[in-house]
Design a protein around this ligand. Sequence first.
Ligand code: 13P
Ligand code: SF4
Length: 351
Amino acid sequence: MMQREQVREHLAGTTAAQPSLSDEARAHYRERIAERLIARNAVLVAHYYTDPEIQALAEATGGCVADSLEMARFGRDHPATTLIVAGVRFMGETAKILSPEKRVFMPTLEATCSLDIGCPADTFSSFCDQHPDRTVVVYANTSAAVKARADWVVTSSIAVELIDHLDRRGEKILWAPDRHLGAYVRERTGADVLCWDGECIVHDEFKAKGILELKALHPEAAVLVHPESPASVVEIADVVGSTSQLIAAAQKLDNPTFIVATDRGIFYKMQQLMPEKRFMAAPTAGNGATCRSCAHCPWMAMNGLENTLAVLNDANGCGQEIHVDSVIAERALVPLGRMLDFGAELKRQKP
Ligand code: 13P
Ligand code: SF4
């Protein structure tokens, strides 16, 4: 299992906590960022888990707010010559691998992911060597070097369909790094899936007991769960899905209220699309705890107005440019390309 200590150490060594700014300062930053994006022929690509003001800025400036699969597509297909990726490191690396001719910056390269930290390329490669009969499928939340060792890359929005497809071809799977998502796809497809022992420190904290207690108080609510959550939480969900699938489910269902087990950054988009509905954060800490829901990724939270503007103001992006070794990038492009092709085919079949 991912060592909590390892994560704590990583976070203690980072410097990118976002300062609180006055409303006037925020307005100034927003204006300047919009100007600098145009001046640098750049576009802002943000994940649903970033802070609402970053998502709003991406939308207002012609960028995108999306899940990790759509971010990859958008960055690849957009004509801008520079991408500013507000998310976590693997998203920036994926953008660079898919668009090597573009310059890719992040507000801070310190923004990583516990799944990525918990799956070092050398140990992972030895694990693969021990299981040569298995097709290696890695989650997008991994380093470029781990992707370079894989046969397929996948995001949570197409994980069940891909594993089902491989299972039908008679393939046995080696899955990394999220053990909860791995267990979920195994359960849904019946495939032979051997899992790496990683976890997302945000989703791993959701508690079934707390969710059921909240549901008892709000029987009209539907429970939406991201599959990086533990099996006990997935079991009590009305809908399990990736970020974009959870948003779509909330739009489709008639419930007036939703208990949402994923990063609370997603509430920005949910509330924007469904102002008449109510979204509640699923509890993470159970009864009597001081923290009722800590559901916010500490690395996503590092993307702020100040560091975004600083990167745009400096020709070299304050050193926050993504570079991927060309040999690794070339290898990682193969499973990433398969992911995008598979995702596009699914979209054609089930628009
Ligand atoms: P999505 O692929 O659903 O955007 O999720 C990415 C992620 O980091 C979830 O924690
Ligand atoms: Fe990684 Fe979890 Fe943060 Fe997503 S929410 S980026 S899986 S640590």
